[in-house]
Design a protein around this ligand. Structure first.
Ligand code: SF4
Length: 686
């Protein structure tokens, strides 16, 4: 028997834990702890511990499939490539669109945006960061000049006050929870604001339950109390920021007194006062957020407000401080860094910037790219497909499943059905792949080399542990072959992921100093501009990434969600995840150790609301919004605030996104997953 251990990086959340894949006779069969893994020191959450279980699932796609007369028929790679090249070649560039994937490597995301821009000449390239942290990229870039986590995971353990708002960290990024525990063991206090009494709330010194969608009011109220008590960091404000007076004009309004914020948010005045004092007087303090902040029609406003609070208290550019958005998927940071976005090339170089266009043309050896204009976002693509049939005709989706992950699924389904030609490249037959004209079988994380960038901007290696099943291939090889067949032999002549990474490093300023040799074993935090540079775990130490180096206070008024409860739909619906499952469940639901812990969906209802509705625990109820209805078991629990209900979005049998609203933030175009209006009824007995 031949046994080997291959150290690699977890394919689930953005924490980026390392582990060993245990390979027996050429097949992955277990995960073993990798004690010197740089982020997690060998510890794993359940998803990481069982990250081998889906790899050799019998459901893996193993051959290219082409739909004929409504049924998939196995095809050769040549047949599939030729059909895709012919079809994509027959449409105008603006009629085509590509979705890249935060599940795939940096190299593959880089190639997908290169394929879209250099081969198809379409500006329409995006990926699921649109649905999770596009408001972070836009919001933090406006305030600090850079849209990423400012500090490192390790660094959180040095904090004296950790304020978490809109992130169930202990359940969704459990290994980041370890840094929080270390901070608490050294006397740090944890403040937690969330509508649900989650596992994170159980660790908190102060819990602030609030009504979804009132984040800006809460943050403004905390800032008012800090300023009233003189707890703001006057030196930091004077030397490192501008527009403080503009901020004051807004946050000192009566609407943001603690009494009024308490009425808006539901948080008791005394709790708000204690939180303000802790944040205002603890040095250093850090703020952690996730999709509870970003997934709103005011997502960018929410993000800017978190940044205002931490600049006000001088908590930037030092250990234990910062504004720390926790990215959801394993490589969502990297997919953004690689330019799988409609407005930027890799390294956030703007597509509308003439010198950047010129540089990419020269580096890629092409005369023309997509015409230097910003393309459509995922959410705009779906709206156009549904509402303006014929404008977008042909789409290539790599490793995404919008038929379960996107808001208002009836609308998404309607839109995708309007496509004339759809290619889906994935490891399983997803709900989206089932609608495709061609399905391409891809290799999973355990079957290829590459890199991914975790939430703290640390670029780490993936290492191949086994061959892909059947005829499945790594995404990078598929993209290279298609690029070559469409006439771009030289531009896609890569022999390995390392060769692609070397091109990434050459064209991406924040990755210039990186190479595979330097990434082993600890990875490097960007920016890493030269080969001698040690990487940058803490951003904004001396100055912000703005032309004048100053952080910009952005005064924000609170606005309610796009849809608020009324007589017909009297409750707020919010959605999220559970520790045992992952996104649309394609991997975790094929992992028996995880699936057995949480095999069905549910709707959480506060006992008082349940009593008013005459609903008992475990009873199947009908949840309806203006978009649709689902029948789903009730979980009656005091762990959710009265007036708010929660559904995890993983389950195709109880698809939360049948109900959610596709109202968008006007800047980031992120949908409002975290607040819409819902009614819940007993199902009449027959
Ligand atoms: Fe994987 Fe995230 Fe769990 Fe770490 S915390 S093992 S990266 S899912």
């Amino acid at each position: 028997m031949d046994i080997k251990y291959v150290s690699t990086t977890c394919p689930y959340c953005g924490t980026g834990c390392g582990f060993n894949l245990v390979v027996r006779d050429g097949k992955v069969f277990d995960v073993a702890h990798w004690q010197r893994a740089p982020v997690n020191g060998g510890k794993l959450c359940p998803k990481g511990r069982y990250a081998h279980e889906f790899v050799n699932s019998p459901d893996r796609l193993t051959k290219p499939l082409i739909k004929k007369d409504g049924k998939f028929v196995e095809a050769t790679w040549d047949e599939a490539y030729d059909l895709i090249a012919e079809k994509f070649g027959s449409y105008k560039p603006e009629e085509t669109a590509c979705l890249s994937s935060a599940r795939t490597s940096n190299e593959e995301n880089y190639l997908m945006q290169k394929f879209a821009r250099a081969v198809l000449k379409t500006p329409n390239i995006d990926h699921c960061a649109r649905l999770c942290h596009s408001s972070t990229v836009a919001g933090l870039a406006t305030v600090f000049g850079s849209g990423a986590m400012t500090n490192s995971i390790q660094d959180i353990s040095e904090s004296k006050c950790i304020f978490i708002i809109g992130s169930n960290t202990f359940e969704q990024h459990p290994l980041i929870g370890r840094s929080i525990i270390r901070a608490k063991e050294s006397g740090g206090k944890l403040i937690y604001a969330d509508p649900r009494y989650t596992p994170t709330a159980k660790q908190a010194d102060l819990y602030l339950p609030f009504v979804s969608g009132t984040d800006v009011a809460i943050l403004n109220g905390l800032m008012q109390e800090i300023i009233k008590n003189g707890w703001e960091d006057k030196e930091f404000i004077a030397n490192r920021t501008k527009d403080f007076e503009k901020l004051k004009e807004v946050v000192m309004k009566d609407a943001y007194s603690l009494e009024n914020v308490s009425k808006t948010s539901g948080i008791p005045v005394e709790s708000l006062r204690t939180a303000a004092e802790l944040i205002g007087t603890s040095k250093p303090a850090t703020l952690i957020y996730s999709m509870g902040i970003t997934q709103h029609t005011v997502g960018v406003d929410n993000v800017k407000s978190t940044a205002n609070l931490m600049m006000l208290t001088g908590n930037l550019g030092k250990p234990g401080a910062g504004v720390n958005p926790l990215r959801g998927q394993n490589n969502v940071q990297g997919a953004c860094d690689m330019g799988a976005l409609p407005n930027v090339y890799s390294g956030y170089q703007k597509v509308t910037d003439e010198p950047a266009q010129q540089k990419m043309k020269e580096m890629w050896g092409v005369d023309r790219l997509a015409e230097g204009k910003v393309g459509y976002t995922v959410t705009e693509m779906v709206n156009i497909l549904a509402d303006k049939p014929g404008e977008l005709k042909c789409m290539y989706i790599m490793g995404e499943n919008p038929m379960l992950s996107d808001p208002d699924l009836t609308h998404v389904e309607h839109g995708l059905k309007n496509l004339e030609f759809l290619v889906v490249q994935d490891i399983f037959m997803t709900e989206t792949a089932a609608m495709a004209d061609v399905v391409l079988p891809a290799a999973c994380y355990a079957e290829k080399d590459g890199t991914q960038t975790n939430t703290e901007r640390r670029v780490q290696r993936w290492k191949k542990a086994q061959d892909p099943p059947g005829e499945a291939k790594p995404d990078w090889q598929i993209l290279c072959e298609l690029g070559k067949r469409m006439g771009y032999e030289k531009q896609f002549a890569f022999e390995s992921p390392e060769a692609i990474f070397n091109e990434v490093a050459a064209v991406t300023p924040s990755y210039h100093g990186m190479s595979y040799g330097r990434l082993d074993p600890d990875g490097l935090h960007w920016p890493c501009p030269t080969e001698e540079h040690p990487g940058t775990p803490i951003l904004h130490k001396e100055k912000f990434a703005m032309p004048d180096g100053l952080g910009v206070f952005s005064p924000i008024e609170w606005k309610p969600p796009a849809e608020v409860p009324d007589a017909e739909y009297p409750y707020v619906l919010t959605t999220g995840r559970v520790i045992w499952q992952w996104h649309t469940g394609t991997m975790t639901r094929r992992s028996w150790s995880l699936e057995k812990e949480a095999p069905i969906g549910w709707i959480e209802i506060n006992p008082e609301d349940a009593q008013e509705l005459g609903i008992s625990d475990k009873e199947v109820v009908r949840a309806s919004t203006r978009r649709g209805s689902i029948d789903i078991p009730a979980r009656v629990t005091p762990e959710i605030i009265k007036g708010v209900m929660f559904i995890p979005f993983h389950y195709k049998e109880h698809p939360a996104n049948r109900l959610t609203h596709n109202a968008l933030d006007p800047i980031a175009k992120i949908p409002e997953f975290k607040a819409c209006s819902v009614k819940v009824e007993k199902i009449a007995e027959v």
